[in-house]
Ligand binder design. Sequence first.
Ligand code: EPU
Length: 334
Amino acid sequence: MKDCKNYSLLRHNTFGIDAQCQRFLEYADEAEACQVAGVLRELTSPYIIIGGGSNLLLTRDFDGIVVHSAIRGIEQQGDGRIRCGSGEVWDDVVAWCVAHQLYGAENLSLIPGDVGASAVQNIGAYGVEVKDLIVGVEAVEIATGRLCSFSNADCQYGYRDSRFKHAWKNQYLITHVVYQLSTAFQPVLDYGNIRTALAEKKIDEVSAQALRDTIIDIRNQKLPDPAVLGNAGSFFMNPIVSREQYELLAKEYPQMPHYFIDDDHEKIPAGWLIEQCGWKGKSQGRAGVHDRQALVLVNRGGATGNEIVALCETIQRDVQQRFGIAIHPEVNVI
Ligand code: EPU
C-alpha cells in the first residue's frame, strides 16, 4: 500500500491545480484495498476517493485522506467478458478490446479516467454509455472490509449517474469492473457527425479500429488535451427539462438541438445553452470556456479552483436568466 503524507495532487487532476492532501493512500490489490478500508475505519479524518482525476476540481488543500486505486490487469473470462482492475486507464481497456476483437466500447474511446470511475460515473459518448457494457462491480465495503459483488441493476445506473454517487457514496473501494463485450462487431454510427467523419475519410466499410480512430479524431477536434490546457471534459451535465418547458423554448429557438428522453422529458445540450449566452471562447480571470466546445471549462494557466468555480457560477446564472434552466456541474468540486 502506498501511504504518503502532505502529498501533491497535481498529477491527479486534469485541471492542473496544485493542491495537497494530508495523506494519500493507494491500493494495488484487494488485500491492500481491505487495508485501506481499515485505516479509513480507524481514523475519523474526512476522505475522498478519486480515479484518474479527470472529473475533479480542487478548490483548496484537502485536510484529509485521498484514496486511489492502482489495481491493474485485464483478464479475459470467455464469451466476451473481461474483468479489469479499477486502476486501469479506461482508454487502454478500449484499445485492448479492439485489439482482441471484442466490440462495443469503440465509441467510448479516449474518454479520460480510470475503470473504477467509469462504473461510478457511467461515462458516455456518441450514443453509448458504459452501463450498457457493465455486468458487475467488485468492491471492498469500507465499514466492514468485506469483498462485495454488485450486478448492473444493483448500481442503479442513469445518465452520468449511479448508486455510487448517492446512497453508496464513499462507502466502497472499487477493485474490479466486469464488462460484457460482443464478439460480433455492430457499430453504433448514428450519433452526431460519426457518419460524416467516416465519409470524409472515405471509409465505406467500417472496422472497429477505424471507428475508434474516427472517435479519437472527433474528440481531438472538439476537446482540449489536458496536458496542454487543463480541463475536466464536460464541466456541466446536459439538463433534462419537462416537455412543457421544452416546447415553449423550441417555439422561441427552433434551431435548439434536443434529445428525446421520454414522453414527459427532453434533454438540451448545455454546450448550446452556454454558447447562446455568448460564453464560448470567453474568459473570466484565468478560467475560460473552450472555443470549440462550450461545455468544457479550461484553466488558461495558473487558475485557482475558486476562479473556475466563479466562472461556473456566472455561467449558471446567465443560463438560468436567459433560458430559465438550471445547469449543474458534472465535475466533483472539493
Ligand atoms: N453544441 C453547441 N455549442 C457547443 C457545444 C455543443 O451548439 O459549444 C451543440 C452541438 O452542435 C450539438 C449538441 O450541442 O448539436 C451536442 O453537442 P456534442 O455532440 O458535442 O455533445 P454534448 O452534448 O455537448 C455530450 C457529452 C460528452 C460526449 C458528447 C458526445 C455530457 C455532459 N457530455 O456532450 O461527454 O463526448 O456528448 O457524445 O453528456 C464528457 O463527459 O466529458 C464528455 C466530453
